[in-house]
Design a protein. Structure first.
Length: 649
């Protein structure tokens, strides 16, 4: 499947997931939301057991910053009004010191919480990014799972801040405690009866003050909640729509923008202006998205500010009426007014924080759905026998295979036994099924029909990871990493230096290694930059590093898929001249378009249109005058014309 087809398929999968989410009932959404919340709590607890207790402590201390001045201001005011200066200054000092201490502690806990939150976020994100590397090959290549990763990645970027999520989550608990505390203080004021006359006497009556206070709180908070719910839905819709734009930008960044050779070749065909136009359109859409995203945030802030203003007016009106009618002492004016304001703030905050949690749940569900993906392959329980003699027998019985989403047979009725410790070559025209044969042998895919046996046992019965360790493989699309040379060869931080050197030398990299050591870097030379650019090494040298990595692995079966494709014919001949040293007593399978490699193999399998059409030694197949002979003659003629007669002798 091409990159363009893959991207279109990914867009279809995203639309499918969005439609599924939109068709869920509210009851189903709530149930799924609770499941996701429990999953997040469980995951965070497993990553850092101290994080949630720390957030809880911060929430409780934060309550102290609110109520310390509210509760302590009354005796201060009472002292000043009664001209009891000692009482006023003492309680003033207590209030200031307590407020400072509580605020310092709250700031400290907030700072520690942020650091802890960043740590948990890093571990949480690492788990998500690690997931693709734990999937079996078919699952990792599945377009639906790639779309799920894209969705999870964007959700992590936009709403993956665990600190903010848990601040909102624990703030709900803090708000409930705050609401109960402020209500207890407020009710005392609201039920107090006025003792003086005037028009405010009616307003100060408990039968009017109580319902006025709580009805206003209920009405304003209900309107604010409905508005915020609508804004949250709009925000989620914006996110869903923008995922496709982000996917296109990622495609441009990873697969298009750095294709510099293509630009150089096709500039006259206006490729660069086409790409520039496309990127400009995507960036314009991104600007529109962020503007709309910010607008949602601004409207949410305005909702909160308007609600707070209404509550502020109601609180001071009622508290003022109570004081002016003699229902409560003047010294308690600030305490009661702030208590009533805090009722409204707490109630609004409960709604806002619940909305924040609810709003973020779908994003965490995207992450949960991805990290919870199951592999397509079931691993068996039989351990693979660890043999030092490398005696393994691999067999295919009536194996046929179709790639997912294809109706075409890539392999059809293949019956092959690979003899132990022998060198096998797999040849054929492009699309004949050679690489598919290897992918099935390594259990990167499973047969559509038939079975594969290891020492007479179906490979599906073996432990999957142990079975994979049987193979030392160099694929034609091998990957080198942004690690030092030695770690690329060993695929580990800890390695046997002597063995790394030996494998590099056996792979024909010895002279280049000597040059690197003379330059002072040697095995510590970085192979790939963090931006993905290969440093220092030509295509042929990279291929030798990949061969050295396969040698270091010491699997019982060595598979070399186009192992010398990037090498010139002379270097290729040098590799094959040292073939016995390279493979030693391992069962070896070569795939190559260069027929010269077949001379070094005792068994040659010729594939055509997914079937094994010829098999035998080099001399036997030449004598058949079939497909192998025609391919050999065609390449022999080319090598003779190029002056490489030794390669076909």
């Amino acid at each position: 499947m091409s990159a363009k087809q893959e991207k279109k398929q990914g867009d279809r999968e995203l639309e499918k997931m969005e439609n599924n989410e939109n068709t869920m009932t509210k009851k189903e959404q709530r149930k799924q939301g609770w499941q996701t919340l429990r999953w997040v709590l469980k995951e965070v607890h497993s990553l850092d057991r101290s994080f949630m207790p720390l957030m809880l402590l911060h929430t409780l201390v934060n309550l102290g910053t609110i109520y310390a001045p509210i509760l302590l201001i009354a005796p201060v005011l009472d002292g000043f009004m009664s001209k009891n200066w000692d009482k006023a200054w003492l309680w003033g000092l207590i209030m200031v010191v307590t407020t400072i201490v509580v605020n310092l502690l709250e700031n400290y806990l907030m700072k520690v919480g942020r650091i802890s939150g960043e740590k948990v976020y890093g571990l949480f994100a690492t788990k998500m990014y690690h997931k693709p590397m734990t999937l079996d090959y078919p699952s990792s290549q599945d377009s639906e799972k790639k779309s799920a990763f894209q969705r999870a990645f964007q959700s992590m970027q936009y709403e993956g801040n665990l600190s903010a999520f848990f601040v909102s989550l624990f703030a709900v608990l803090g708000d409930v405690l705050s609401l109960l505390t402020s209500i207890s203080l407020t009710v005392v004021m609201l039920i107090a009866k006025p003792v003086q006359g005037g028009w405010m006497r009616t307003l100060a009556q408990p039968w009017l003050a109580l319902p006025l206070a709580f009805i206003s709180i209920f009405l304003v908070s209900t309107l604010a909640r409905k508005s915020n719910n609508e804004l949250a839905r709009k925000e989620r819709k914006l996110h869903e729509e923008h995922i496709k734009v982000e996917a296109d930008i990622m495609y441009l960044n990873q697969q298009v923008i750095f294709s510099t050779k293509d630009y150089a070749l096709y500039q006259l065909n206006d490729i660069i202006p086409m790409i520039r136009t496309w990127l400009g359109e995507l960036l314009d859409k991104t600007s529109v998205f962020f503007a709309a995203w910010m607008n949602v945030g601004i409207r949410q802030t305005i909702n909160g500010d308007v609600s707070a203003l209404v509550f502020l007016l109601v609180a001071w009106l009622l508290a003022g009426a109570k004081v002016l009618t003699g229902a409560v002492p003047v010294a308690m004016l600030v305490t009661y007014a702030n208590s009533l304001i805090q009722v409204s703030k707490s109630w609004l905050s409960i709604n806002e924080n619940i909305m924040t949690v609810v709003r973020r749940i779908p994003y965490y569900r995207d992450i949960q759905d991805y990290v919870s993906l199951e592999n397509k392959f079931e691993t068996g329980s039989i351990p693979v026998e660890k043999r030092n003699d490398n005696e393994v027998l691999l067999e295919m019985e009536n194996v046929s295979f179709k790639y997912p989403g294809s109706d075409r047979w890539a392999l059809r009725n293949v019956n092959v036994s690979l003899d132990m410790k022998k060198r096998h070559a797999v040849v054929g025209l492009n699309g004949a099924g050679k690489t598919t044969f290897i992918l099935l042998l390594c259990r990167l895919y499973e047969p559509t029909e038939g079975r594969i046996l290891l020492n007479g046992v179906d490979i599906r019965k073996y432990d999957y990871k142990e079975y994979l360790r049987l193979f030392s493989v160099v694929f034609q699309d091998f990957q080198l990493f942004a690690f030092p040379l030695a770690e690329n060869v060993a695929s580990a931080e800890e390695f046997d230096e002597a063995r790394v050197r030996e494998c590099l030398t056996m792979a024909g990299f010895g002279e280049r290694l000597a040059e690197l050591e003379a330059e002072g870097e040697g095995l510590e030379t970085d192979v790939v930059s963090v931006h993905g650019q290969v440093k220092h090494f030509s295509g042929g040298e990279q291929q030798k590093i990949a061969i050295a990595r396969a040698l270091y692995n010491q699997g019982s079966v060595m598979i070399l898929d186009e192992p010398t494709a990037a090498l010139d014919p002379i270097s290729e001949a040098d590799i094959y001249a040292h073939l016995n040293d390279l493979i030693q007593d391992k069962t070896t399978v070569f795939i190559s378009h260069r027929m010269s490699s077949c001379r070094f193999c005792s068994d040659i399998l010729v594939f055509n249109e997914g079937e094994v059409v010829e098999r035998g030694t080099h001399d036997e197949l030449l004598g058949l005058q079939g497909l192998y002979r025609s391919m050999w003659d065609a390449q022999a003629k080319y090598y003779l014309e190029q002056g490489h007669s030794s390669l076909v002798a």
